[in-house]
Design a protein around this ligand. Structure first.
Ligand SMILES: C[S@@+](CC[C@H](N)C(=O)[O-])C[C@H]1O[C@@H](n2cnc3c(N)ncnc32)[C@H](O)[C@@H]1O
Length: 189
């Protein structure tokens, strides 16, 4: 990687690979272990972090600490794009699959889910850490789905309106809360 290239990092990537993004696994960057971040980043700071369906594996307190950790290792003006399951999506099968502790379907081991977020709670986790937050996709308390016209090229989320194979021909089969949390320029680098 050239030093002038933006540093864009996927946290908890699993099998995910996106052009221009460095995939990392929990062993390299653990949202619960600051020492892994200090070792991996050194004096570098990220332009962007991408974290799809990971934050629900932390409890709320851990999620809040992880938001503070992300803030610390981002450049001012940098952002973390987070996607998690949505507690307000009105689909019983989906809610069974994502519920805390499972049981999920065999291809979706939800047994280690610690949280099912609503958009206001997820937003509060990040504003509470010092971020400015913008919701890109979410369901409101009435189950109504909302999506901004956001650019996949700035950080793709598979489980989203545009990409997920379950969302086709006007059918909404699988949604996420998708949120951008931006580090204000006034923050310490
Ligand atoms: C459901 S998978 C999602 C994988 C990938 N992001 C995707 O969307 O296909 C959950 C991922 O979260 C990771 N994970 C769980 N706890 C983590 C932590 N404390 N720090 C970093 N990653 C974590 C797991 O290792 C796993 O890769």
């Amino acid at each position: 990687m050239r030093p002038d290239e933006p540093l864009r990092v996927i946290i908890g990537a699993g099998e995910q690979r996106w052009d221009g993004w460095i995939p990392t696994q929990r062993e390299q960057l653990d949202l619960l272990d600051r020492a892994t971040w200090a070792a991996w980043f050194g004096s570098r700071r990220a332009d962007a972090l991408l974290c799809e369906h990971v934050w629900e594996h932390l409890n709320e307190q851990q999620g809040r600490a992880a938001a503070r950790l992300s803030l610390e290792f981002l450049k001012p003006g940098g952002f973390v794009r987070v996607a998690v399951p949505d507690a307000n999506f009105p689909n019983a099968g989906y809610q069974r699959g994502v519920q805390i502790g499972g049981p999920g379907p065999a291809d979706h081991p939800a047994a280690d889910h610690q949280m099912v977020y609503t958009a206001p709670l997820l937003a509060d986790v990040f504003t509470g850490a010092g971020f400015t937050v913008e919701l890109l996709e979410y369901c409101d308390a009435q189950g109504q789905f909302h999506a901004r016209d956001w650019d996949l090229n700035t950080g793709p989320i598979y489980r989203s309106l545009q990409l997920d194979h379950r969302n086709r021909e006007g059918k909404l089969g699988f949604v996420s809360i998708v949120l951008d949390a931006t580090k204000p320029h006034g923050e310490q680098p």
